[in-house]
Design a binder for this molecule. Structure first.
Ligand code: PAF
Length: 280
């Protein structure tokens, strides 16, 4: 597996494959890869002849008080994992390649970027939308794969691709979980052993909440019980919301397409998760 850092090199490899009639899958990442990312690669391999992964820790999606500097960077280890997973090409650009001097365009997807992560992390989704638009236009893949753990990000990317007529199929990859249920995330590495031991209370509480909702409990009361359970397990809850999976609008009652979304901090580590709530 070759690593390229320049857009011209990326495009030239992809052009050769296209000329041979091959389909291209793109898996954008920020590195610090885990089994969840490798499952995106597996989906790419099933849907295309060639899989291109990107590793770029995108400064534009980190707020001033966020963890850009301490975000794990381990390109050699990541490249080894990608090679084993059958990746054909790694695009790992420098920040100045993605954002050269004078860069001044901002892609902003209105509406879907307001609730949940958008409310807690102002500007985050502009950063995501801008870099994803750039990566899609750099590579022009047939299909691009994003994890459902970042459900709001996935909804925003689907919207921007539709709005900007970017000819790519966006595929969501189901969340991969550790044996105790914690959604896999590069940020789990920040958890202290004590916090890691309680982290699975987040998915457990979401599952229990879904069970109560499906049994007919009132939404507001059930969410407030769940919030209290998370707080007593040591979480600082940012949000716990029942919302429509497509519009992300909060719901006061169960309806088809409903999902439960949560973000909560253990110490300085912020965890997010979401689960489908199938109406009974
Ligand atoms: O989900 C991520 O890892 C990032 O937000 C993405 C999509 C690679 C954009 O930087």
């Amino acid at each position: 597996m070759e690593t390229v850092r320049q857009v011209l090199a990326l495009r030239s490899r992809i052009r050769t494959w296209r000329a041979a009639g091959e389909r291209i899958a793109l898996v954008p990442t920020m590195g610090a890869l885990h089994a969840g990312h490798l499952s995106l690669l597996g989906i790419g391999r099933r849907r295309a002849h060639r899989v291109v992964a990107t590793i770029f820790v995108n400064p534009k999606q980190f707020g001033a008080n966020e963890d850009l500097d301490r975000y794990p960077r381990q390109e050699m280890a990541d490249a080894a994992l990608l090679r084993q997973a059958g990746c054909d090409l790694l695009f790992a650009p420098e920040p100045a390649t993605v954002y050269p001097a004078g860069f001044s365009t901002n892609v902003s997807v209105g509406g879907l970027d307001r609730p949940m992560e958008g409310a807690s992390r102002p500007g985050h989704f502009d950063g995501v939308a801008t870099v994803v638009t750039k990566l899609l236009l750099m590579a022009f893949p047939d299909v691009a794969i994003f994890g459902e753990k970042d459900w709001q990000q996935l909804a925003i990317i689907r919207r921007l691709v539709a709005d900007l007529d970017i000819p790519v199929e966006i595929v969501g990859a189901p969340i991969l979980r550790d044996p105790d249920g914690l959604a896999m995330s590069s940020r789990n590495a920040y958890l202290s052993p004590q916090h890691r031991a309680v982290a699975a209370a987040l998915p457990r509480t979401l599952s229990a909440t879904i069970t109560s909702l499906r049994e007919g409990s009132a939404v507001a009361e059930t969410l407030s019980t769940a919030r209290a359970a998370l707080q007593s397990a040591g979480f600082k809850v940012d949000y716990l919301i029942l919302a429509d999976g497509a519009t992300l609008q909060p719901l006061e009652a169960l309806s088809p397409g409903a999902r439960l979304f949560a973000a909560a901090k253990l110490g300085t580590t912020r965890l997010i998760d979401n689960m489908e709530v199938q109406a009974p």
